[in-house]
Design a protein around this ligand. Structure first.
Ligand code: HEM
Length: 514
């Protein structure tokens, strides 16, 4: 569905002026000592130089000099909110994760984001949107770090840095360039599904409140008896999914998504999402025509059921402290939720905590927004900005006063009988789901998709790259491919030639052409 912006969209939020407290405190330096002069530097006479002994000035400038930390390498532009998750179903048959006890409430922090564009970019630019949720459960933090779209461009973490390089600005001109990212995607046919969804109006949501969220990967759920079930998670917006047309998104005010969230939560219109789950057991995998751990695919025929709901009801008191320093990591899991063999998820398990130890620092997890509600007990110590307040003399293991690992929380075991190798997955089925998505669109949404896609693909100067891209869309759906071919001036003869080349290279794909 597409919508036009509400009349008050983009109006800058009124920030309430702070009421002066009864006794206005005096300024101090960081050491707590009162400041005598905060306007004028200390100089040697009217015409003389500024003195190094002006510790107030030196401290003020040096603190200012250190205000920035590196922005996130992706998902740099975002906004966060606090809320509550309430479990609404008993799923102890699937997982022993304590947060899913029906009726139980768990505090959450959510950060919404765009992906490729930098922290100071307009919020109307086409991009997938991040939807990351940190559940502060009584057994530690669980981070569900997802996107609004249900699938991803690639299926192996090995390709992530290359994909991001192609989408980020050129290292030569510092401008994003469709020639570069379509060069990458024309060599990555599995991206066809996500590209089709991204160039639909889902790529320009009308607000963060009106987006769904998707965990994208399969996760492994383990119940108290050790039984394994694989699951995908999805947030369904109770506000409905609403998107903008490219034209409206282009005209939208710079901060319209952030403003919308502050305005609506600020006036008590707390947005709500239902948490849905899909499940499969390994015996169901054999009948699939795709790999269940391939994140370029949805589990299209698997039903959803509701297991909880989340309401965002409070905006952070300070953007930097909470939103910018928030650190979501797929590796932050709790007993009962484990990683599946999804090759992207496996790479993500490493990458997030790694970047956060660089972006924020070794003690990132001790900051208020990241600190678990559950007590943290281990022998990790020191590092930049340690404020953990440890008073124990025993920082080693084993020891007489032992910090025990509890065997009951050991992870699930599984058998592996395989050859170690680095090779692609077998059931690639790169195009079928893109076709299903295309055919599910209304005539108007199809026309918008073609126009949006042609707007970027039409800028690609290489005939070969445009032809291969069109051949992928054609293999998803003939009508889709034929319309794109026309819109970006690729002769149909060239398209069918590229399809044959593809089918020769990947014979198992033949049956997917509709
Ligand atoms: C952020 C890496 C795939 C969703 C990030 C960050 C990195 C990263 C390094 C910045 C984290 C930070 O500075 O705090 C990767 C790698 C991937 C991958 C290596 C593939 C192997 C994905 C996928 C999704 C996703 C498949 C969606 C399911 C997000 C979100 C954020 C993020 C939502 C922003 C979290 C926040 O709001 O702070 N990613 N990513 N990423 N990624 Fe990924």
């Amino acid at each position: 569905a597409t919508v036009t912006l509400p009349a008050d969209a983009g109006k800058t939020m009124a920030v309430p002026a702070e009421a002066a407290p009864a006794a206005v405190p005096n300024l101090t330096r960081d050491n707590g000592a009162p400041i005598g002069a905060n306007r004028n530097s200390k100089t040697a006479g009217d015409l003389g130089p500024v003195l190094l002994e002006d510790t107030t000035l030196i401290e003020k400038l040096s603190r200012f000099d250190r205000e920035r930390i590196p922005e996130r390498v992706v998902h740099a532009r975002g906004t966060g909110a606090h809320g509550i998750f309430r479990a609404t179903a008993d799923i102890s048959d699937l997982t022993r994760a304590s947060l899913f006890t029906s009726g139980k409430e768990t505090p959450v922090f959510v950060r919404f984001s765009s992906v490729i564009h930098p922290s100071g970019s307009p919020e109307g630019l086409r991009d997938p949107r991040g939807f990351a949720t940190k559940f502060y459960t009584d057994q530690g933090n669980w981070d569900l770090v997802g996107n609004n779209l249900p699938v991803f461009f690639i299926r192996d973490a090995m390709q992530f840095p290359d994909m991001v390089h192609s989408l980020k600005p050129s290292p030569v001109t510092n401008k994003q360039d469709p020639n570069r990212f379509f060069d990458f995607f024309s060599n990555t046919p599995e991206s066809t599904n996500m590209l089709t969804q991204l160039y639909s109006n889902l790529g320009t949501p009308s607000s963060y409140r009106t987006m769904d969220g998707n965990g994208v990967h399969a996760f492994k759920l383990v119940n108290a008896q050790g039984k394994v079930t694989f699951a995908k998670f999805r947030w369904i917006s109770r506000q409905g999914v609403k998107n903008l047309t490219a034209k409206d998104a282009g005209a939208a005010q710079f901060n319209f998504m952030t403003d919308d969230l502050y305005r609506e939560v600020g006036k008590g219109n707390a947005p709500t999402w239902d948490l849905m789950i899909q499940t499969m057991t390994p015996d169901q995998f054999a009948g699939l025509d795709y790999n269940p751990f391939d994140d370029t695919k949805e589990w299209l025929d698997v039903p959803f059921r509701k297991i909880g709901e989340m309401t965002l009801n409070k905006m952070p008191a300070n953007f930097f402290e909470f939103t910018e320093q928030s650190a979501f990591a797929p590796a932050n899991m709790v007993p009962g939720i484990e990683a599946s063999p999804d090759r992207m998820l496996q790479g993500r398990l490493f990458s997030y905590s790694d970047t956060q130890r660089y972006r924020v620092g070794a003690n990132v997890m001790a900051l208020p927004v990241n600190k678990p509600m559950a007590p943290v007990v281990n022998n990790y110590q020191d590092g930049v900005m340690d404020g953990t307040g440890s008073t124990s003399n025993v920082n080693y293991f084993p020891a007489i006063v032992q910090k025990q690992a509890a065997a009951e929380f050991g992870q699930s075991t599984y058998d592996v009988n395989a050859t170690v190798d680095a090779k692609p997955i077998e059931k690639t089925n790169n195009f079928a789901q893109a076709g299903i998505f295309y055919r599910s669109l209304s005539a108007k949404d199809k026309a918008d998709l073609i126009a949006n896609l042609a707007g970027d693909l039409g800028q690609v100067t290489s005939d070969r790259t445009r032809t291969i891209m069109v051949s992928y869309f054609y293999q998803a759906d003939k009508d889709y491919g034929t319309r794109i071919a026309k819109a970006v001036n690729v002769p149909m003869g060239e398209v069918t030639k590229a399809v044959s080349e593809y089918e020769t290279a990947y014979p198992q794909q033949r049956l997917t052409v509709r």
